[in-house]
Design a protein around this ligand. Sequence first.
Ligand code: ATP
Ligand code: MG
Length: 503
Amino acid sequence: MTVAIEMGQTTAGAAAAMDLEELLATRLLVQGNSGSGKSHLLRRLLEQSAPWVQQAIIDPEGDFVTLAERFGHLVIEAEDHTERGLQVAGERARLHRVSTVLNLEGLDAENQMRRAAAFLGGLFDVDRDHWYPMLVVVDEAQLFAPAVAGEVSDEARKLSLGAMTNLMCRGRKRGLAGIIATQRLAKLAKNVAAEASNFLMGRTFLDIDMARAADLLGMERRQAEAFRDLERGQFMALGPALSRRPLRLNIGPTDTSPRNSTPRLMPLPEATLEDARAVILAAPPPDASRPQRRPAPDLLEQLRAAKAAAPVIQPEAVEVPVSAEELAERRERVDRTLRAVLAAPDAGFRAIGVLYQEFVVRCRIEGLGSAVPDLNEFRRMLTHARAGLGTDLTEDDAWQDVALRASILPDDMQGVFMMIARAAKEGWPCPGDAAIARAYGSHSLRRAQRLLGYMEEQGLIVVQLDGGGRRIVTLVELAWATAPGDPHGDDLPAEQVASAASA
Ligand SMILES: Nc1ncnc2c1ncn2[C@@H]1O[C@H](COP(=O)(O)OP(=O)(O)OP(=O)(O)O)[C@@H](O)[C@H]1O
Ligand SMILES: [Mg+2]
């Protein structure tokens, strides 16, 4: 059986088809400058072949996630998974023959490369029993197989280039048909480009790209000049799955549209801003989603300053001298009140001001009128409570050091740091993203991951993954390390929960 994928029409008006079986054996390279219509072409190809063959799309911009609604592709948000997690996902996608879109949007170049490599590795590594044919589409392939070293680490480049080379050179036997698109042929690693036998060449302006294209296609450079005159959506086709001689074709329409469509020209608003300067240049709001990228502080200097400034912490701000028992009893009631406030299911996600108000009211009801901790003290208590810390720790010397280190972090991060520090001190497994997010008062797992990254940048911790994808956090200087913990585990380790309950 041959399956013909309708790509569009030739300039003469005939249907232009691509032979799917031939394509599986001989791969495809698409090149054209920005806006020439490569992503549209890939979409057309994916839509037309979706009923016939499993697909995986490496999607650096999140353009293809819209295929999910119409064709049932599983969208994998690369940002939410570890490399190991993605490798396994790649294997499983093959085992279960599920079409997938790997959305790499929002990751930096290094992580896009690493994660794409992990996922491709998973597709590649499955047992021979599962070598069913599959289209593997990589848009912006020059990102994953760059011709020259960029700013990313050597390791990331090796991983990614290795995965792309495997896909294009050794994929066929395993049923993997590489389909790669690039804006700039000159930026794509030569060995990766050279493995495709089918070409769709779109509008190209730069001489160096044209020369590379001509070489690949075995054309005279003069002939390649024609690529300059192609219109958007027009491509020159050549190869065993397409046409035996260069054929100009117009790519047909698609059923779905990219999520990030090209911005259209819009008339400017008619009303003029009263005071554009004041509106545009007003002070930015506090950035809630991303910790501020501050220059790495001189840790020792900050620690010294913090130590000098650290107040002698009184259990409560009380003016009248009271006996030790009375103090202890009062403290116990304050703690109990705090626990009651935090017991509300959504307490972890409410603003500190709101929690404090409720706390004050409850304290009054408890008859603690004059001894209600102020907002700063409340913040400190909250930090400790959310981190699952018992009062016993406050006396521990080494722990004082941790509190001091935490003080270089913004208030709202200190609890998270202490929670992790506690786990490290006790040798408990590293808390998962969900527990970290909760301690931060957030639902966002990504934010939890960014938080760890931020602390690492500040020189407080070192984050590592073990072979099983479990996370280990080591506290810098103290050299306490957590036991490996599953980042996706949805709760604190049992020990820490027990400790928090008794705090
Ligand atoms: N054959 C076509 N028919 C109709 N519209 C098209 C066609 N090809 C491209 N377009 C439209 O042109 C615009 C640019 O196309 P596309 O995004 O595919 O370009 P691209 O080559 O992938 O660019 P980039 O390299 O910047 O990603 C899109 O809005 C797309 O919908
Ligand atoms: Mg594109």
